[in-house]
Design a protein around this ligand. Structure first.
Ligand code: UDP
Length: 275
């Protein structure tokens, strides 16, 4: 797709050094924005920013969104992708994960309010918890355990959604909330811990490691390619019409874990056993 390089203004991408964030920064630079990436580099990496670091319109502020943002920032658009996403990473420091999701979101919403900027929050399909409804539409309120080990992430993201819509009602901030479903592509961390990177890393290991399939492998998930997801985020924030609810973003087609394992084996020529 050809991207028009005619945008002007400044976009702040919190979590811009992460997997999704780095693609988003590249897209915004290609569209003509000045991009400020704010990242604490906990799960994001400087390597993800290799190409961007040569761009004069790109800058990195190494900072944590749970702390006050630098004074005198004035931006036109804000994207919040600042949170570890995979369970091993967000559970490593659950208190910090919750603080990233709630006070971190508030700091960005305050910046949106004072800058009169439009803000996009990347929420998650995890807000549906252990869903009693399939597939989950945006009208479904979910089924989340508020005290479990995933709560720092899924309850945190739910509270962040609450903050977004309260800032919209209370302060007139223009918010967009995307509930992101499973996304994959180059630059996922090999130690991400989720299914796509696990299978690919196992299949590509020298001598091939067994592909770990938990349970029967008949459980299904949808997998969205990273640039398709970025396209969805870009279209969502570009809509001038106000949207009073979150929007699910991902691939609508479901695949079983067994189908995914077969595909990874075929594409890598792996001789790994399936465990
Ligand atoms: N899974 C698996 N092997 C792995 C990692 C995950 O079989 O090495 C399964 C997991 O039990 C779940 C599905 O694949 O049913 C997707 O897991 P993932 O952790 O990627 O994300 P989730 O959608 O569950 O958050």
């Amino acid at each position: 797709m050809t991207i028009p390089a005619n945008s002007s203004g400044t976009a702040l991408v919190a979590g811009g050094a992460g997997f999704l964030g780095s693609y988003l920064c590249e897209r915004l630079i290609a569209e003509g924005w000045r991009v400020i990436c704010v990242d604490n580099l906990h799960t994001g990496t400087l390597e993800n920013l290799d190409d961007l670091s040569r761009e004069s319109r790109f800058s990195l502020i190494e900072a944590d969104i749970t702390k006050p943002l630098p004074d005198r920032l004035h931006v036109d658009r804000i994207y919040n992708l600042a949170c570890p996403v995979s369970p091993p990473h967000y559970q490593a420091d659950p208190v910090h994960t919750l603080l990233t999701n709630v006070p971190g979101m508030r700091n960005l919403l305050e910046l949106a309010r004072t800058s009169e900027a439009r803000i996009l929050q990347t929420s998650t399909s995890e807000v549906y918890g252990d869903p009693a409804q399939h597939p989950q539409t945006e009208a479904y309120w979910g089924n989340v355990n508020p005290t479990g080990v995933r709560a720092c992430y899924d309850e945190g993201k739910r509270a962040a959604e609450t903050l977004c819509f309260d800032y919209k009602r209370r302060h007139g901030v223009s918010v967009r909330v995307a509930r992101v479903f499973n996304t994959y592509g180059p630059r996922m961390r090999p130690d991400d811990g989720r299914i796509v990177s696990n299978l690919v890393v196992q299949a590509m290991a020298i001598c091939g490691k067994p592909l770990t399939i938990y349970g029967s492998g008949e459980q299904t998930r949808s997998f969205c390619y990273v640039t398709d997801l970025i396209e969805g985020l870009s279209r969502l924030i570009a809509l001038d019409q106000e949207i009073d609810m979150p929007v699910n973003l991902g691939n609508p087609e479901e695949f079983s874990i067994n189908e995914l394992a077969a595909l990874v084996s075929a594409m890598t020529g792996s001789t790994s056993e399936v465990n």
